[in-house]
Design a protein around this ligand. Structure first.
Ligand code: ADP
Ligand code: MG
Ligand code: MG
Length: 492
């Protein structure tokens, strides 16, 4: 199947874009924006007009890696001594991670009963990278997100958009299928542009945690940012919880939890007017709380502490959150560390994980820092931050390595820079389209419901894919910021 946009005329591409914008408004492929008067409204999410080619082998590999990363996160979160040791170097130069670690410690030291169940909704992000030996490009992990992994629902819609456009326009030469065969055509296309299970797998995961908590009338709380642009993605999940499972969601900011939240006599988390009992909360799902900006005052930290010390099931708890730091990713790449958590009885599992690791070094590793300062093109310097826009490249990287104090450098990791193959694509944002050479980052969602104490997890599965595409030459990422565009894989 040839990419439509390179073969069709500009008029046809314009018509296709208009049709795609129609599809996205009908189907809710949207995001929030402020209009010029400062009021919130929705617009379409930036998207690629056609899917991007991905080797089927790598897509399948990311699916197989998903449950392994789930197990790793769970095992790491339960090894407090290891986490403390790994993050010791980081916290001196990083007050945000330090605060998380303090809450982790405090809550573990409390005498009250703790929630053994942990819900993980993670997303492992990859780029294709060609090895030096001339072999074809394969996935290397960019990072593992264990908190607020977003775009799962919007990404599933993007794959649907692409299948719709292909069925409607790329098969134009053929006789249109009789109405009864439309479904068969979609099934056939799903072999090429796979359906993402996120629209059911993500609400199913939260509903499984809610059921395991064992209080049918309790609420699920979504912790959100006060001015969230990606609210449509969150709303699909919220509505899915109600429609598929009859579970009620309340969206709350950390400030609202600070004002309304409290523990009942059994350490249950309650929210609502102070005068009454309040509503019991079964699951707290964080779509905020991953960046220092989410904690403008001590009240937000108190809210995080309260949630962590309650019996509500956290997605994620602080152990899971910390297991997703770049420092943990770097230390895991050292010999023996993956085996420490997954055991050595099945070397194929640990080998698969290791194959996905890029080169990673501590920010204060003298040899790596010397090499990166001399020629920064092959490296990225990363702080323990989430949400994009924090990494350092090129001349600024070299300068940082030369000038920053050692304690500060220790709070970073140095990573091999990945160079994914370029693909021509047409990107549509705010109704306007641009075509050119693009790079893509691929994500695999996973859901894990861990029981603690060595028992088998209640859920451990792959939960969907994400493709974000940006123009070649753009270092920054981010869909809401306008740099990246949602896409989907066409398997080749
Ligand atoms: P965040 O948690 O802020 O999303 P990431 O590790 O994903 O941090 O880095 C942000 C962006 O920087 C990525 O989406 C990717 O575009 C780019 N990036 C990160 N690591 C690398 C790398 N090793 N090689 C090339 N680009 C990278
Ligand atoms: Mg991240
Ligand atoms: Mg990222």
């Amino acid at each position: 199947m040839a990419p439509l946009d390179t073969e069709t005329t500009a008029d046809a591409t314009a018509a296709l874009t208009e049709y795609a914008l129609g599809w996205s408004s009908v189907n809710g492929l949207g995001m929030g924006v402020k209009d010029p008067a400062g009021l919130w409204t929705t617009t379409h999410l930036p998207f690629c007009l056609m899917p991007n080619a991905l080797p089927r082998r790598e897509f399948e590999k990311a699916r197989r890696l998903a449950p392994l990363y789930n197990e790793l996160v769970d095992a790491i979160s339960r090894d407090a001594e290891w986490l403390e040791g790994v993050l010791r170097d980081v916290v001196e130069g990083d007050p945000f991670t330090h605060e998380l670690l303090k809450i982790f410690r405090e809550v573990r030291a409390q005498a009250v009963p703790q929630q053994p169940l942990c819900l993980g909704i993670h997303r492992s992000d990859y780029m294709l990278h060609a090895p030096d030996n001339g072999e074809p490009p394969c996935f290397k992990q960019v990072e593992l997100n264990t908190i607020a992994s977003s775009f799962g629902c919007m990404s599933a819609l993007t794959s649907r958009l692409h299948r719709h456009l292909i069925a409607r326009f790329a098969c134009d030469d053929d006789e249109p299928p009789p109405p009864g065969e439309m479904h068969a055509l979609q099934v056939e296309l799903a072999e090429l542009v796979p359906e993402s299970p996120a629209l059911t797998a993500l609400p199913d995961g939260i509903a499984a945690a809610h059921a395991a908590y064992g209080a049918a009338g309790a609420l699920v709380v979504f912790v959100v940012q006060p001015r969230e642009t990606n609210s449509v993605d969150q709303r699909v999940l919220e509505l899915g919880l109600w429609e598929l499972h009859g579970v009620k969601v309340r969206r709350m900011t950390l400030a609202e939890i600070a004002a309304e939240g409290r523990l009942d006599g059994r350490s249950g988390l309650r929210v609502g007017a102070r005068s009454g009992d309040g509503d019991l909360v079964s699951v707290v799902y964080f779509r905020a709380g991953y960046t220092p900006a989410d904690y403008p005052t001590d009240a937000e930290w108190q809210a995080r502490r309260l949630v962590e010390s309650s019996l509500a099931i956290k997605c994620p708890n602080i152990g899971y959150h910390l297991a997703g730091t770049k420092k943990v990713q770097q230390v895991l790449a050292r010999p023996g560390e993956v085996e420490r958590f997954l055991g050595s009885s099945d070397p194929s599992r640990t080998a698969l994980l290791r194959e996905s690791f890029a080169g990673l070094w501590a920010g204060d590793d003298d040899d790596a820092a010397r090499a990166a300062a001399a020629d920064p093109r092959g490296f990225v310097l990363k702080p323990q931050r989430e949400g994009g826009g924090n990494n350092i490249y090129g001349a600024a990287l070299a300068e940082k390595l030369r000038a920053a104090p050692r304690a500060e450098l220790a709070s970073y990791v140095l990573m091999q820079r990945l160079f994914p193959p370029r693909q021509r694509a047409t990107l549509v944002g705010r109704g306007r389209r641009t075509s050119g050479e693009t790079l893509s980052e691929w994500g695999a969602y996973s859901v894990y419901l861990g029981t603690g104490g060595g028992a088998a997890p209640l859920v451990n599965e792959y939960a969907g894919h994400l493709v974000r595409t940006k123009m070649d030459g753009v270092d920054e990422g981010g869909v809401a910021t306008g740099y990246s565009f949602l896409s989907s894989p066409v398997l080749v």
